[in-house]
Design a protein around this ligand. Sequence first.
Ligand SMILES: Cc1cc2nc3c(=O)[nH]c(=O)nc-3n(C[C@H](O)[C@H](O)[C@H](O)COP(=O)(O)OP(=O)(O)OC[C@H]3O[C@@H](n4cnc5c(N)ncnc54)[C@H](O)[C@@H]3O)c2cc1C
Length: 427
Amino acid sequence: MNDPQVATIPYWQQGAQVQLPEAALPKRVDVLIIGGGYTGLSAARETAALGAATLVLEAGAIGAGCSGRNGGQVAHSIKPTFAELSRVHGAERAFAICREGHEAMAYLRWLATEGGVDCDWRQQGCFYGAHTRRHFLAMAKDARCQPRGLEQRISVIARADQRQEIATDFYHGGCVYHDDASVDPMRLLLGLLRRAQSAGVTVLDRCPALALETNREGFEVTTPRGRIFASKLLIATNGYTGNLTPWQRRRVIPIGSYQIATEPLGASQVKSLIPQGRNIVDTRRVVVYFRPSPDGTRIVFGGRAALAETDPLACAPRLMDMMTRILPQLEGVRCEYAWAGWVAYTFDTLPHLGSHRGIHYCMGYCGQGVPLAPHFGRRIGQQMMGIEEGRTALDGLPFPTRPYYGGTPWFMAPSVFAYRTLDALGI
Ligand SMILES: Cc1cc2nc3c(=O)[nH]c(=O)nc-3n(C[C@H](O)[C@H](O)[C@H](O)COP(=O)(O)OP(=O)(O)OC[C@H]3O[C@@H](n4cnc5c(N)ncnc54)[C@H](O)[C@@H]3O)c2cc1C
């Protein structure tokens, strides 16, 4: 596709892009944070509020990373299930890890409703559509047998009733998770930026950290605007983690994720397609997820459109095709925005925070960072300042890697191909 009418900026950034004034680089700070997304800005707000002179360096413009280009869907989102975590970590720790997902959701709700972060928070729920009958039966069972203390409000929707959620017969029924929510991701990012700045944080955008040296007193970082010395350092680069920090790079798996937004369809057409205005996610391994735009006039649709492609324009027709298979009523509708970003997976599908050789890190939300990144960002900031409140159920877990893995996931294309085949076979 080479359609000049398709904009390659995220739909959320239209009219919302910011360029920070080009301030000089200070010589020295107490806390230096590399990465100006939800994680970095949330951590920075904590360290500054606790009295540390804090600087955030962002390589691109604000919103260059995932935080300005995600789908804005919010779920209780620790990836492994309680049962899976219990097998590895025991029931008590598994419960505590799952509670972190609930706390993350509660913190984001608080930020949006009481904490002054105006981000179009809507707790309208999510319909999870079953890709096969077997998926539906498994979902219905999970909804009936939720672990005590981790219950969510879930309604099972039979296929015969599914059109009250989405105007399609594509799914075999599904479940509504009533507590799921949505935000405007860019407004969330700008809200966290303002919150950090009000606490005294300096944020420099378009200022990448190019080199890093560690010495006995701290860290020296080279940027295009000079060198800066910091007593403490946080790496908050998630799916954009590069060679600056090879130890962290070997532990996150960057996976391309793609989004489109349709042309305006009108509020009544969007309501006829998704009558309750909820997020929609399906149960395929190679997941697709979509929702109405905040103004209710478009569909914003996302998924993994390509095995190795990084050009969002090349991916847009594939996403349009995936969308019209679910909602054939959208045949002939024009795509107006197409964009992509890098999410960070981990080998155990858990987020990780802590420190290695004195360098703090917080990353690896496995595509669930809208609620998890502000929460764990806050916690790592508190940990850096040595306060008790920063403790989490993930502390001390080993951050796994694999032999011969250096940060380029050569195994992704064959894995996604295999997952797609299993999805197509309904397995
Ligand atoms: C298309 C897409 C859709 C998604 N949809 C959802 C969703 O619906 N729900 C959900 O929960 N999650 C979703 N996610 C994931 C979510 O957006 C992320 O988990 C979250 O934003 C991570 O925030 P972060 O601050 O850790 O990382 P990021 O926002 O990626 O920030 C990292 C930053 O580090 C910067 N950086 C890297 N190297 C350097 C350097 N050397 N110097 C300075 N800066 C550097 C990068 O420029 C980047 O801005 C989606 C992601 C994508 C890409």
